[in-house]
Ligand binder design. Structure first.
Ligand code: ADE
Ligand code: ZN
Length: 322
């Protein structure tokens, strides 16, 4: 089978993390910012482990300084996704990098990203929706301001709220205020958990923050009672196998638990996280899943159906994509 022609739905993509290195190099040259140290001799992003990855990520993001930069970025990212067969994508957007969590500035950045998304929908047939994400290692106070930005702009396009960053910084419960604020504004919830910390963090995301989806969540596999509960409650995992393998959460694709989780009844979906950082694309993720676990068209159909059902967009948008 060929995975190339399969329509793909992606639920976990960081907009800055999807920036092609050539795009960031171009911006750095325009603005005379020296970030040459973040690239290797092949011009790819260079880092040693997850925590260094976060530093390089933030250095790359320092070149993105205006709504126009984010408009161009969004257009470039959606062109890449569409080329990989993606028909619908939900991207994490960070007011921390878009005007420093000032609501007025954030509205301008958001409008620019929506403009690019509308153009991509017309030209490339890809639909995008946004999820505001706070950054865990920036702390709960900044997360509150981020949640207010999200709540002020919640609607048909800005549909969710989440948290990324260093899972080992603070407790998830420190972010309850931000998640309650977002939920009360009608936003749907997801949190990075079970990537760098164990099953307990996944439980906390569900029980304390009331998330219906979990970013990664793969380390739930270390507690089968939790796995069964996720299956029973229909909690959806945004699994990014290529990211987990490159960052060393698992040593190789064979050891990745995505198939075990699926076989035990958990709703798993497939995403890229930060494609150029992990040398991946949705097409490559599908190809590797086919090669490693023998996933066939039937399994990919099931994954895409699960992803669409778990998408944070409204029903009318979903039925247009189906
Ligand atoms: N931000 C971008 N990629 C991330 C990841 N894999 N985990 C946590 N935060 C992130
Ligand atoms: Zn992520």
């Amino acid at each position: 089978m060929s995975v190339t022609t399969l329509p793909k739905v992606e639920l976990h993509l960081h907009i800055e993390g999807a920036a092609p290195p050539s795009f960031i190099r171009g911006l750095a040259a325009e603005k005379k910012i020296d970030i040459s140290g973040i690239f290797n001799e092949r011009g790819e992003y260079k880092y040693t482990d997850f925590w260094h990855f976060l530093e390089i990520y933030e250095a790359a993001t320092s070149t993105l300084q205006s709504p126009e930069d984010f408009r161009r970025l969004t257009r470039a990212v959606l062109a890449e996704s569409a080329a990989s067969g993606v028909v619908y994508t939900e991207a994490f957007l960070s007011p921390d990098f878009c005007g420093g969590r000032d609501v007025g500035a954030w509205r301008e950045y958001l409008a620019a990203m929506i403009e690019a998304a509308d153009e991509a929908e017309r030209q490339d047939g890809i639909t995008m929706r946004g999820i505001v994400t706070c950054i865990r290692h920036f702390g709960p106070e900044k997360a509150k301001e981020t949640a207010i930005c999200a709540a002020e702009t919640a609607g048909d396009w800005l549909t969710g709220f989440g948290i990324g960053g260093d899972e080992r910084a603070g407790e998830l419960s420190d972010f309850s205020w931000a998640f309650d604020c977002a939920r009360e504004a009608g936003l749907r919830l997801t949190a990075h958990a079970g990537e760098w910390t164990g099953p307990e963090s996944v439980r906390e995301a569900v029980d304390v923050l009331h998330c219906e989806r979990i970013g990664h969540g793969v380390r739930a596999i270390e507690d089968l009672a939790l796995v069964d509960r996720l299956a029973e409650d229909g909690i959806v995992l945004e699994v990014c196998p290529g990211s987990n393998v490159v960052l060393g959460v698992y040593p190789d694709w064979r050891s990745h638990p995505i198939e075990k989780l699926r076989a035990r009844g958990v709703k798993v979906t497939v995403s890229t996280d930060d494609p150029p950082f992990f040398h991946t694309s949705m097409e490559r993720e599908f190809q590797m899943l086919h090669d490693t676990f023998d996933w066939d068209e039937g399994v990919f159909d099931e994954i895409t159906r699960t992803s669409l059902d778990a998408a944070f967009c409204d029903g009318e948008t979903r039925s247009r994509i189906e």
